[in-house]
Design a protein around this ligand. Structure first.
Ligand SMILES: [Zn+2]
Ligand SMILES: [Zn+2]
Length: 259
């Protein structure tokens, strides 16, 4: 299994997994043009994309959906609640034939990948993160969560690759220029994961199997990639686990997340 972050942050999110000929995206929060461009940049054939699994209906995760529905034949993997919200928000009707219904807590087989959505505490209709397995490797994309629940923690164990939210530094957010309402939303139990909370979770799920950690969904205003990296680095020190920080502007390829 190969993994690439195509974009990550509050302006748009898109992750890609491939195993054999089929590529699965997780979220489509950047334009279809950018998705194709960035796949090419990491050396993947955009024509191999077969589907996109949606975590939740916030625009930084679904912005490309209307164009994508019109211009591709990709499957849309989503829970019923999220599928309904996407259509309501974007004002589109997605043909039922394009939809692969998912349910949080139930694994689905899709094009050689096992896709397991699990519930995350976030202010959306039916927010999920994904655990994805193929060819003996196991990865998870865990972003957009206000706090690490026991359920989330359980799903972060036994992974080869963990893509984990490091949204903000609490002090930078508190002292920064965001409106009070927005600060309160981000800091709430259904908002976003801070560097501190990320480090706590990472420390609890560390294992010798975990070969790669990718920090994701960093706020450009309320975080600093070096600070997030330093915070996670303290936890990973001496483990041999590789650490990357996904960026909004450019793609990142992890060729071999594990066996
Ligand atoms: Zn988001
Ligand atoms: Zn969100």
């Amino acid at each position: 299994m190969r993994y690439a972050s195509l974009a990550s942050g509050s302006k748009g999110n898109c992750h890609a997994f491939s195993q054999g000929p089929g590529t699965l995206l997780v979220d489509a929060g950047i334009s279809l043009k950018q998705i194709r461009l960035r796949l090419s940049e990491v050396g993947w054939d955009p024509e191999q994309v077969r589907g996109v699994a949606i975590t939740h209906e916030h625009s930084d995760h679904i912005a490309a959906l209307p164009v994508l529905v019109r211009n591709t034949d990709w499957d849309i993997l989503a829970t019923p609640e999220t599928f309904a919200r996407i259509q309501a928000i974007q004002g589109i009707e997605i043909p039922r034939s394009r939809w692969i219904p998912l349910r949080a807590g139930e694994a689905a087989s899709w094009n050689g990948l096992t896709v397991l959505p699990f519930t995350t505490p976030h202010d959306a209709a039916d927010s999920v993160a994904y655990r994805i397995e193929a060819g003996g490797a196991c990865a998870a994309v865990v972003t957009d969560l206000g706090h690490p629940t026991a359920l989330v923690e359980d799903h972060c164990r036994g992974l080869d690759l963990l893509v984990l939210e490091a949204n903000h530094d609490v002090q930078m957010l508190r002292e920064g220029g965001y409106p009070a309402v927005l600060k309160a939303r981000i800091l709430s139990r259904v908002g976003h994961l801070s560097n501190e909370a990320m480090a706590g979770l990472l420390g609890r799920v560390l294992s010798s199997r975990l070969r790669t950690v990718v920090l994701a969904h960093l706020s450009e205003q309320n975080n600093d990639p070096e600070l997030a990296r330093f915070t996670a680095g303290g936890i990973l020190e001496g483990t041999g686990t590789a650490l990357h920080v996904a960026s909004q502007a450019s793609p990142l390829l992890v060729a071999d997340p594990g066996h």
